[in-house]
Structure formats: C-alpha cells, structure tokens
Design a protein around this ligand. Structure first.
Ligand code: PLP
Length: 402
C-alpha cells in the first residue's frame, strides 16, 4: 500500500482537483474511528459528511451487504426487487408519505423533486417560480445549483434554470413579498448544513405553512442531511409540526452506500406517468439492503441515542463556549447536527483538531460542523470535548481571518 504522501501525489496526478481534501489517506474505519494508512487513528465527528448513521463497518450492515452480494448486485429497474420494495414500505410507513422515488444521491433526489413539483404545478396552473433560500445547499446538478446562491459553485457555468428565486433565509417579509397564487414551490433545508448549521426559525416556518395554505404551492424539504434521525426526529420538519409536500433524502439512508429518495403524497406521485422519470442505478439492491438495516436500527431506538448524545454534546459545547468567549460565539443545531459558530475562520480550528486526531468540518467560513455517527457514545463525546478545548487553546492566539 502507498504511504499517505505517495497516495496524495498519485491522486494529484490523475484526479481532477475539485476537492479540498484533508491530508489523510484512509486504511480502514470502524465504529466512530478512522484508521489512516500512516498508523494514525482519528475520532470521526464528521461521519462521511453526515452519512454513516451507524458508524463504520457496522456488523449488521456488513452482514446485509454480504448476503445481497451473493444474491445479485444490479439488474436494473426493468425488474421488481424485494430490497427496494421493502425499504420503500419502511420509509412510507415511517413517514406517512405514499410513494418513493429512489435515486443515487442527494443532488439527484433534489432534481427529481424539482421536476415533480413542476409537473404537479403544471397540472394546476402553478407554473411560477421555484423559490429557495440563501445559504441553502442542494447539490451540484444544474437543477440544484439553479436554486443556490454561492458564486463559487456557479461561476462560469451559467445559464441556470429559469423560473427560480433565491431569497434571504428566515426573512418573513421577503417571503411574503415573493409568493403568490402562481408560485410553483418553496424549497428549504430546515437546518442548513453547508450553510453553517443555520436553523429555520419557528416563525418563519409557521408563516411559510400559512402562505402554502393560502396560495397552494408545494413545500419541498431537503432532508438529505437532516433526515434519518440526525436531528433527533426522523425528519427535521417534525420538530415544526408541519408536513412538506415533497421530501428529499440521501446520506444516512444508504448506511454508507450511495442512495437517495424522494417522498411525496399520493396526489403528487400520481402526476408522473411511466417513462417520465428514471435512472439505471436508482434503488440499487445493495444500497437498499443496507438502507433496510438503517431503518431497522431506527425502529430499534437509534433516535433515543441521538437525543441523549445530542443533549450531552450540546451541553458540553455550551460549556466550551463559556470557557472560550473570545472565539466561540454560538452553539447551534439539533440532535447530532451541531455547529460551533466562531468569530473567526473555522479552518484553523478544524486543522488543529485534525492534528490532535479528531475529524470535523469547517463550513460557511466561520462554523465548525459536528455531525458524528448516530451511534456515538459518551466516551467519544468526552474525548471530543477534551480535544476541542486543547485545539481552541491552540488557535486562540491566531489572527482572525473571518
Ligand atoms: N442536500 C443537502 C442538504 C446536502 O447537504 C447535500 C450534500 O451535502 C445535497 C443535497 C447533495 O447531496 P449529494 O452530495 O449526495 O449529491
């Protein structure tokens, strides 16, 4: 096997340099730990960007994948497949939605959701804008980028989809000004992940729902990062006590394999006829087999751990905030989707944590994103909080770069 340096230079030679990778070459991973090829062990507080709900190498995931590997891997959507149907049954039973469209990723789920909203809107003369919010992240396809505002992601790749608007997040007045009886859909993350763990305010969501009831547009909730129990509820929207018309999922639902899903009510699902949407791999049997294990673990009480560990982690982070008032300004998020907002760029803190054996991510310039596996325990949380204190001590004196 290559050393880390060798692997990094080989990667630079042959892979398009679109990722700002951490300087860690992976050997293997287990539970909440990642083992690098140079022998270092890291505590994983990122979980593959909120993917590995059950941690790494979970025995039940391995078992389900092995069994499915021996049955068949890919046969295409020309056929009826038990793992797809079973997972769809579990998702609809859990959510109360009536139908599922499987995809391979979050961005693809997002595009499918936008298409579905347009198809539904066109049957009801709601062909106006699809509205989204600043700071939102929905993926890297043209559809997703068309409702995002970050210039870096879009520069030079224009033109994007017409009929979209991006408004300030949590701004009730801007929302009221924009929506009307022709609005096709309003789309949002209830907690913006890439956008810095920014939480939709109760008032904002309440007004959004009131406007939907008044005008009849669809609400599309992007639960790609927040879904599958990460916030302590199965979906983040449950916290607000309303039901979106369309929901997108990915990340946690595949248990580490690429899988996405769109959930919708019967009325919305009925607008697509055979042939109007599809993908070769969507709902791949292997990914659905591991997805079933994730759902079984949810049924067995995984979210109780999220709530308990989320509360413990939050309490610890609040203590850290009061110990480092010169750097840490806020703790935000819900469950095991938490952010530490700083008054300076968060990359030095992420790097100081990495040097000390903890993986996190720096997002929205000044936020440290903490999205560990949902199976995390108290000892890992205590370990993380201890290392966080030493890392904050180390960056305390670095000049502000925000
Ligand atoms: N939506 C949200 C909220 C996300 O966080 C992401 C990815 O980070 C996506 C959509 C896109 O998912 P994918 O990277 O699987 O295309």
């Amino acid at each position: 096997m290559s050393t880390s340096e060798e692997l990094i230079s080989r990667e630079h030679r042959v892979i398009y340099q679109t990722y700002k990778r951490l300087p860690v070459a992976i050997d293997r991973a287990e539970g909440c730990h990642i083992y690098a090829s140079d022998g270092r062990v890291y505590l994983d507080m990122l979980a593959g960007i909120a993917v590995n709900a059950l941690g790494h190498s979970h025995p039940r995931i391995i078992d389900a994948a092995e069994k499915q590997l021996h049955r068949y891997l890919h046969v295409s959507n020309f056929f009826y497949q038990e793992p797809q149907v079973r997972l769809a049954e579990m998702l609809t039973a859990r959510s109360g939605y009536s139908k599922v469209v499987f995809t391979n990723s979050g961005a693809e789920a997002w595009d499918a959701a936008m298409k579905l909203a347009r198809a539904y809107g066109s049957t009801r003369e709601r062909v106006g804008n699809i509205i989204a919010f600043k700071g939102g992240f929905h993926g890297r396809t043209y559809g997703a980028l068309s409702v995002m505002d970050k210039p870096l992601y879009k520069k030079g790749m224009e033109p994007f989809l017409p009929g979209t608007r991006v408004l300030p997040y949590n701004d009730i007045a801007a929302l009221r000004d924009e929506v009307n009886a022709t609005t096709c859909a309003v789309t949002l993350e209830l907690i913006q992940g890439e956008g810095g763990i920014s939480v939709a305010s109760d008032d904002f969501v309440q007004e959004l729902v009131r406007l939907r009831d008044k005008y009849g547009f669809a609400i599309i909730a992007d639960e790609v990062q927040t879904g599958v129990g990460r916030t302590g509820d199965f979906f983040a929207f449950e916290h607000y006590g309303f039901k979106p018309d369309i929901v997108t999922m990915a990340k946690g639902i595949g248990g580490g394999l690429p899988l996405g899903a769109v959930l919708a009510s019967e009325a919305l699902s009925a607008v697509w006829q055979q042939g109007q949407h599809g993908t070769t791999y969507g709902g791949n049997a292997l990914a659905c087999a591991t997805g079933i294990v994730v759902m079984e673990e949810i049924e067995r009480g995984l979210m109780e751990n999220v709530r308990a560990m989320g509360a413990r982690l939050r309490e610890g982070l609040e203590a850290v905030r009061s110990e480092f008032p010169g750097i840490v300004t806020e703790v935000r998020g819900r469950g095991l989707m938490l952010g530490l907002a700083l008054n300076q760029n968060s990359t030095p803190l992420r790097d100081a944590l990495l040097e000390r054996g903890v993986i996190t991510s720096a997002t929205a310039d000044t936020v440290l994103r903490i999205v560990p596996p949902l199976v995390i325990g108290t000892s890992e949380i205590e370990e993380f909080l201890g290392v966080l204190r030493t890392a904050l001590d180390a960056v305390k004196s670095t000049p502000k770069q925000a």
